[in-house]
Design a protein around this ligand. Sequence first.
Ligand code: HEM
Length: 313
Amino acid sequence: ADTAAAPTKSVPVAAVEALNVISGGPHAGYRANHAKGVLVTGSFLASKDAAALTMAPHFNSSKPVPVLVRFSNGTGFPAMQDANPNASPHGIAIRFQLPGGASTDIVSISASTFPVATPEEFVQLLQAVGQSGPDAVKPTPIEKFLASHPIAQKWVSTPRPAPESFGTLAFYGVNAFEFTNAKGQSKFTRYQILPMAGEKSLSAADVAKATPNYLMDELPTRIAKAPVKFRLLAQVAEKGDQTIDGSLAWPADRKLVELGVISLTATSPDQVKAQKALLFNPLSLTDGISASKDPVLLIRPAAYGVSFGQRVQ
Ligand code: HEM
């Protein structure tokens, strides 16, 4: 007799389920990953060099364009303590309000690479974490996963000290995009978002004293005193550089082009409601920017949609 194929869960659904297992979620109203965050606003002003790389309107405007920016802690724990090592990598999600009412997003983390190359491996990693609680038999599923995935092993053992502030943390796009300029010339690039105040982290003594919400509390205070600024850069691939695997960095000597400066000047009112209603999408693009064929990048909107569907209710 025919055996009906068992329905298989889609990768985005499996990813969100695995995130929920880790955080004890779903937590009503909160993202399945990067659950805790702070929302601020400001503007972006393009540099004169940006137009040579891409015809995207925000990179060609001589006037500042408004931005909405959400900084976040990693994991789906809404109460994740800001200095907890598992809050790293932190996130930054940027929405540029383009002239004419359209928008485009950048969604990046405070790590220059991703632990794995594919969505399937990311689900395996998340499931292994979820199965490696205090009662797990040794070697635990995550120990086994890391032993067989050296890049992920190196990624988890890379020190990521708690930042002094979201305004002193560097963020990276990880996934590549293809930029096309007005002459039709295309190049693959990766974003870097570097704090103009410099990268600063807490000492071990400061971590011990840090309050649970120190990052979320500090940013509005800092912004009230002076604009918090980041340089937005594009690292440009050379011919032959792979563009489909965010777990592999490009050589450090690849050219960096300054796209412009992000200047954050106000904290959004009604934070909880505003964050809940927002859905950032790394594939919400505009003319002059297209997705690479990186399978992790291509699956992200579907996973974010599953989480959004769960949290808006
Ligand atoms: C297969 C890989 C990935 C999966 C399954 C995944 C999953 C998720 C999910 C479910 C959310 C919550 C979305 C929402 O409810 O709005 C999220 C948010 C986020 N992700 Fe990912 N993600 C992946 C890769 C990445 C990568 C490569 C980056 C950055 C380079 C990233 C950065 C972020 C950030 C910053 C947020 C918070 C966005 C916000 O503030 O609204 N993720 N991710």
